[in-house]
Design a protein around this ligand. Sequence first.
Ligand code: IPE
Ligand code: IPE
Ligand code: MG
Length: 252
Amino acid sequence: MRERRLRRDAIPRHVAVIMDGNGRWAQARGLSRAEGHHAGLESVRAVVRSAHELGIRILTLYAFSSENWSRPKAEVDAVMDLLDRYIDEEVDEVHRNGIQIRTMGQLADVPRRTRQKLDEAVARTAGNDQMVLCFAFSYGARQEIVDAARELAQQVEEGKLRASDIDEKLVSAHLYQPDLPDPDLLIRTGAETRVSNFLLWQIAYSELHFCDVMWPAFRKEDLVNAILDYQARERRFGLTSAQVRSGCPEDA
Ligand code: IPE
Ligand code: IPE
Ligand code: MG
């Protein structure tokens, strides 16, 4: 029996997930990697529903990295098909639940049909305000930072900005989803303890939760466990524990 109980008043606002382990889950069952991705789609459906029920405000899912383009073409095609399928089958329900879909990544590299579906889903759900569901697709955090640096350099070149005006806030404002707050909790499934080029800037002070469950087996209970782990942490942001507890940095 689990002793800790979920505190509804301390649900992380923004949860980001590295959905890893589809291939290993499939191989352990004698299935193809594509079948593993297919099974992983069920987890996406389940976790989006669960996140909404739990009151998570922003859910960012790492679905395909810049580096994943180097996988065998058949596997890449299978992932693109699944994204198409997710949009075709889920957007009605997502929309009914007031969820806003967003994307982050180099979508110019994504096949046109998939890109159009994504764009339509984003446009259709743009007015929703119950939850943000952001798909990091063809996404790489280093590229995101490079893109921000280029935009800022361009403004300096055009004389619209001085180099000395560039600060953390301005860099944040040039990332792919500048209005989203940083993740409070980053979950990685699939028993690996690395971040694989995901949200490098934004996770500076996120709590990290690594779990051994392969993504296709991940369900609400595992999400709840991650949140319980999060709720047991003390987020200090560089302060001392005494400062955090008193709620006042001067009280050190
Ligand atoms: C994550 O599962 C999904 C994608 C990267 C598209 P993997 O496909 O990386 O599964 P493993 O890590 O090989 O088991
Ligand atoms: C990270 O998983 C990317 C996604 C889950 C989309 P990978 O399987 O690509 O990461 P590595 O290669 O194990 O670092
Ligand atoms: Mg993997």
